[in-house]
Design a binder for this molecule. Sequence first.
Ligand code: TXA
Ligand code: MG
Length: 353
Amino acid sequence: MVTKIVKAYGDHEKDEELMKLAKEIICSGGLVGMPTETVYGLAGDALNPESSKKIYAAKGRPSDNPLIVHIADIEALDKIVEEVPETARRLAEKFWPGPLTMVMHKSEKVPYETTGGLETVAVRMPVNEIARDFIRSTSGYIAAPSANKSGRPSCTTAEHVYEDLNGEIPLIIDGGAVGIGIESTIIDLTSETPCLLRPGYVNLEMLESVLGHVDVDPSIGGVISASAHPKAPGMKYKHYAPKGELYIVEGPEKRVIERINSLAAEHEAAGERTAVIATEETKDYYKCRVIRSVGKRSDEISIAHNLFAVLREMDELNVSTIYTEAFDTPAMGMAIMNRLIRAAGHKIIKTED
Ligand code: TXA
Ligand code: MG
């Protein structure tokens, strides 16, 4: 199969031909690479079980890991959930359209192939204009996991989608680099107390400003033991991992720099290609040959925005060992570290004063 990449403008009239093509593909059960404000998605018709099966096959994803259903208008919600909880209405008012996914009880319209066998469905209304036009122009209910191959860092550009899915899908819509760069926040609204399942741009404080106390799934950021069952099934899998061994070095800035420099020097002396992931503020203090800045500590959005691209770049650089600073930034730190800890397979080196 030939994979076409077509540029979108985010304007309904200019994108009309493209959306017609997308509709043909989606409504005949095919898949399309779609930009959103968080990461690129691998889109299929959420109400067609055959499309969802194709998504799992293309991603190489275990079929017990449910897909998020994307809608473009709030009216679309009623058809796919049993009942819209009052908490969902309040959150939607504040954060939709946007990078927030809500888990609710599903209606019979949603096939189990889409929900990975669960009685609940995760729903999100993206704010990206191209995504909304795409959803409205096609089936109105778009299942879209992140467009990476299972286990790889999520895709933040159309080129990343091409890297992972070339030859497997007919169309990638190129909406340029995404804005946020980290997947949506997921909140479960089916339990008595709402529970944060995956941290994202909409952080705990923002959620609690609307809902009052929100529980946090213990698997977030923590070590996942074999007996822990994260409520978002996707969180139990190894994810985002570059091919090289990635280590997070935590602690006071000066100590972190010293430790990374000495570890990198040992590896380089042994002839191993080694890289450091740093920030604009710290990059000049490293002596390693390969140094990449992920963004500015003073602008944490830039770190979220570049994180997956930098992890992907590590594969191109063919490095066998990677040391990264930790990024416990104030608003998005929980979301950034949740991804980084998974990418590192929980390998964390702590330094002290
Ligand atoms: O930002 C995003 O959410 C992106 C873009 C494309 O919208 N999508 C995305 O999808 O990140 P994916 O499939 O890579 O991650 C979805 C996560 C998985 O961890 C999955 O287990 C969880 O959502 N999930 C989906 N449905 C669920 C449900 N009914 N209950 C609990 N977790 C669910
Ligand atoms: Mg994903």
